[in-house]
Design a protein around this ligand. Structure first.
Ligand SMILES: *[C@@H]1O[C@H](CO)[C@@H](O)[C@H](O)[C@H]1NC(C)=O
Ligand SMILES: *[C@@H]1O[C@H](CO)[C@@H](O)[C@H](O)[C@H]1NC(C)=O
Ligand SMILES: *[C@@H]1O[C@H](CO)[C@@H](O)[C@H](O)[C@H]1NC(C)=O
Ligand SMILES: *[C@@H]1O[C@H](CO)[C@@H](O)[C@H](O)[C@H]1NC(C)=O
Length: 418
């Protein structure tokens, strides 16, 4: 503790000496900025310019490196920000890459379009992307944003927000190497906020995005959404829960690419999932309704496959990603035996943060159990071998004893003769 404080003080003094306008918060980001070549020529062959201030304000915006396209800064735009959206847009007009965190909190801005030129945001593991308590914000509007490197993006408590408007977001990478996913966390929004089907498909296409914590509903379907409410020949998108039972027409599922609801396959005699040949996404929304902070504990499963006694091929031909608010989003119960390898293959191919469960077990538990079964059978074999050996020995022993007895008997008999 003392050492940490000393190092922090040393850092602060160092800053005080070298660059007088830097703040403690900037000091904590300094290591990250150094790693990212801030203040030097960035690998993109452009200078990564630095903005040294915690707060974006009228008094600090003059120091913003407006001419730079790569900017290192922990941008905090808060309730004290006394600049108009136009002034912010002017300051940020050339910035394409932000290296550092981004917070927009407690403002009256109607969108973040003043950052619309941004193409990527790369935060350290210390920072996040945070949009919260923006009472007038109608949309995010980062229309050129393509990639984010961060551990999470929280969008919360914006009562007027209708839509996100992040049409180009395609790539996410966790900042911390031990994380596998980037969480897109949307919570405490009013009912006028909704997710469009195109938008959800766009997010489902982001391999490393964790979409568990989206507390919102789908927008009312429009004719352009081209969506069915139950399976029928030719439908590619279905809004609502789909249940496949013993009497279902499997052919109606062949064209379905996305189910914006849950999928249940129950009591059928199917042997494989080949009839879901086009299915890429299963994504119910709003199943954890009424729950704000930890919907994951209450939501419905996205996919339930149970009581299919002939099902042995568990490969979904085209499935890319599923999401729901449930802890485990896909469950298998009372089907034929699924091998741990099949389970793990599914977990990997769907790139899930928490994989499937099979009769209540995760893939890892299945693996452990199968090892135990092997161990048990080895044990049984060992015990059986010992028993057989003992019996053999016993058998041989009695044989010898018997023969000895017989011989003695004979000898006695011979003696008897005399
Ligand atoms: C936002 O607007 C409200 C009402 O007009 C006002 O009271 C508040 O100070 C404004 N907040 C900011 C950060 O400008
Ligand atoms: C967004 O990107 C497009 C294409 O590169 C560009 O023409 C446009 O000016 C950018 N938008 C902003 C606000 O910079
Ligand atoms: C499905 O199987 C369960 C358990 O075997 C049974 O209780 C249920 O009645 C079946 N439902 C249908 C529709 O066959
Ligand atoms: C299982 O189904 C998948 C996808 O439909 C198929 O490619 C694969 O060949 C099947 N495997 C077996 C062993 O039949």
């Amino acid at each position: 503790m003392g050492l940490k404080l000393l190092i922090l003080l040393a850092l602060l003094c160092d800053f005080g000496a070298s660059k007088e306008n830097e703040t403690p918060k900037f000091a904590s980001s300094r290591k990250f900025f150094e790693k990212k070549h801030c203040g030097e020529i960035h690998p993109d062959k452009e200078t990564a310019c630095i903005f040294n201030y915690d707060n974006v304000l009228r008094s600090t915006i003059g120091f913003f490196p407006t001419h730079c396209s790569v900017v290192c800064a922990d941008l905090f735009i808060g309730k004290d920000c006394d600049l108009t959206e136009e002034e912010l847009a002017l300051a940020f007009k050339n910035m394409k890459r932000l290296i550092g965190g981004l917070t927009i909190s407690g403002t009256n801005y109607t969108s973040a379009k003043f950052l619309a030129g941004l193409e990527s945001i790369d935060t350290g593991s210390e920072q996040n992307i945070l949009f919260e308590d923006n009472s007038e914000m109608i949309e995010i509007g980062l229309t050129n944003l393509t990639s984010i490197i961060t551990d999470g993006w929280l969008i919360s408590s914006s009562p007027k927000m209708k839509t996100l408007n992040l049409p180009n977001l395609k790539y996410t990478t966790p900042a911390e190497s031990e994380y596998t996913h980037v969480e897109l966390w949307i919570e405490k929004m009013e009912p006028n906020f909704c997710i469009t089907f195109d938008e959800m498909e766009q997010f489902l296409n982001i391999r490393k995005a964790d979409l568990t914590n989206i507390a919102a509903n789908y927008c009312e379907p429009t004719p352009e959404d081209d969506i069915c409410t139950k399976p029928a020949k030719g439908c590619t998108r279905i809004l609502g829960d789909v249940e496949i039972g013993p009497d279902s027409d499997l052919n109606a599922m062949k064209s379905v690419e996305a189910i914006f609801g849950t999928l249940t396959i129950k009591n059928t005699s199917i042997e494989s999932l080949n009839f879901l040949e086009s299915l890429k996404y299963v994504a119910p929304l709003g199943t954890g309704s009424g729950f704000k902070r930890f919907p994951a504990l209450h939501g419905k499963k996205a996919v339930i496959i149970m009581n299919n006694p002939y099902l042995s091929n568990y490969t979904f031909p085209s499935l890319k990603k599923i999401r729901s608010e449930a802890l485990h989003q896909i469950v298998f119960e009372h089907n034929r035996y699924m091998t741990p390898e099949q389970c793990i293959r599914m977990e990997d191919s769907l790139y899930m943060s928490r994989g499937p469960t099979v009769d209540g077990n995760t893939c890892v538990l299945l693996k452990v159990q199968s090892l135990k079964i092997v161990e048990q059978s080895q044990m049984i074999f060992l015990v059986a071998s010992i028993v057989i050996c003992l019996m053999l020995l016993l058998g041989i022993g009695t044989g010898i004893f018997a023969r000895w007895c017989i011989r003695n008997d004979n000898e006695y008999q011979q003696f008897d003769k005399y």
